[in-house]
Design a protein around this ligand. Structure first.
Ligand SMILES: Cc1ncc(COP(=O)(O)O)c(C=O)c1O
Length: 430
């Protein structure tokens, strides 16, 4: 979850409604209407976060001149290339498998392929996208262990030779439908500190992971190494370091002296708060590998990365329009701002307010006030931010443009095909 500042915003306290209840601890206050049974509204009075990095120039130029129907996502391939170069430079000995799910736009895949990236895929359809981008199927990593026998057979006949697994049941399917394939066993590791944790949906406990690696060899598969994922938008390099130690411990117990070590994705980007750069993660991972080698657990480890968010988030800006600004007397002292994009048209990561996009309103300056930000559909869950501080201009009105920055990851790929008649997110690529 994004951390919220505890700093009190003195000037905007003036618009605290009469009768609201100040919270003694952190400058938040609670709307007394909660007593009538409305969902509890606790709002921070913190300064709105400012963008921590400027919007890339090409995106600004496009947005400055484009007169296109909203909502849309615009992506800059050069930014993707820059982020790939930075990650590859921080991890010179690793192979990079871009996680297609983060942004499966063919132009993004083409760009990364041309730079030498391979791909982490999660379904036969993603295998097809990667192949269409020119990937060699034998370099793909099928990282999603939830798949049907038909999915495995399709991937195998397309030439995919590497699979991540985490259960005996999936191992049976692999042995049957992808004989001889290379198998990485996904270890369950702590994902605290991640904005969107996996909450134990994937990964085997250490003893089971050792059993699976041994069983793979007995079933005619090749036990290649260990994989993990410390949760997406993971800002703590130490989370990676401790998972590396655990993973290499499992590899050692399974008798792998030179395992592949798939450290997953999770590398964070600066939404509302700064995050460590790729070098910090590389240093933590490499020193944990060195420790394991010094301790005699393994002789070496072949690093594999599966970044998604870190390669594409900063390449995208999502442009939306205001459909309505409502005052809601007797319900909420804040204005409710409804955009033409919401939870179901690309902003799925606002669930639980996990990802706090930075907002800007081009062309509107002046005093701001707090808003609740919501999407356009008739679904009650289609509210983006109730608690995350959102201060938008007091002059904001219907038809105004709102940009969500750092929005290239997990937006277009999450948009529904047409809930309430709102279609998938349009994507423009520069
Ligand atoms: C197996 C796997 N690898 C890589 C990723 C990419 O993660 P991120 O976008 O946090 O880098 C994911 C994301 O869910 C994943 O499930």
């Amino acid at each position: 979850m994004p951390r919220r500042s505890r700093q009190r915003n003195r000037s905007s306290c003036q618009d605290r409604p009469r009768g609201s209840l100040p919270c003694p601890r952190d400058g938040t206050w609670t709307d007394p209407l909660n007593a009538r049974g409305f969902e509890q509204v606790v709002e921070s009075r913190a300064e709105p976060p400012r963008p921590t990095h400027p919007v890339p120039a090409a995106l600004e130029r496009f947005l400055g001149t484009a007169d296109l129907p909203t909502p849309f996502l615009v992506l800059d391939r050069n930014v993707v290339a820059d982020r790939y170069a930075a990650l590859a430079a921080a991890f010179p000995d690793a192979t990079v498998h871009y996680a297609v799910k983060a942004c499966p736009e063919p132009a993004v895949l083409d760009t990364l392929r041309a730079l030498g990236s391979s791909f982490d895929v999660a379904s036969p359809a993603e295998v097809r996208l990667a192949l269409d981008a020119g990937a060699d199927p034998s370099t793909l990593c099928y990282g999603n262990p939830i798949r049907s026998p038909a999915d495995v057979a399709t991937a195998c006949s397309a030439g995919v030779r590497r699979y991540v697994t985490d259960s005996a049941e999936d191992l049976e399917v692999l042995a049957m439908h992808a004989p001889g394939a290379r198998v990485l066993v996904r270890l369950l590791v702590p994902d605290a500190g991640s904005a969107t944790p996996f909450a134990a949906k994937f990964g085997a406990a250490p003893d089971e992971a050792v059993r699976l690696l041994r069983a793979a060899e007995l079933k005619g598969l090749h036990a290649d190494g260990v994989a993990f994922h410390v949760g997406s938008q993971q800002a703590r390099p130490r989370a990676f370091a401790s998972a590396v130690g655990d993973a290499l411990g499992v590899a050692a117990r399974a008798g792998l002296r030179r395992p592949v070590l798939d450290v997953g994705g999770g590398f964070p980007v600066a939404y509302r708060t700064p995050v460590p750069g790729p070098e910090a993660f590389a240093a933590a991972i490499s020193s944990a590998v060195d420790d394991a080698v010094r301790a005699g657990l393994v002789d070496a480890a072949g690093l594999l990365l599966e970044p998604g968010r870190a390669l594409v988030a900063e390449a995208g800006v999502l442009r939306a329009s205001v459909v309505r600004v409502s005052r809601r007397p007797g319900i909420d002292h804040r204005r409710w701002v409804y955009l033409d994009v919401g939870r179901y048209s690309g902003l799925a990561e606002t669930e639980g307010e996990a990802i706090g996009y930075v907002l800007r309103v081009p062309g509107r300056d002046g005093p701001c006030g707090p808003v609740v930000l919501a999407g356009p559909t008739c679904d009650g869950d289609d509210v983006l931010y109730r608690r995350t501080p959102c201060l938008l201009p007091l002059t904001l009105g219907q038809g105004d443009t709102v940009d969500l920055l750092v929005a290239g990851a997990y937006t277009a790929s999450y948009a529904s095909v047409g809930f309430n008649g709102f279609g998938p997110l349009t994507v423009h690529v520069l």
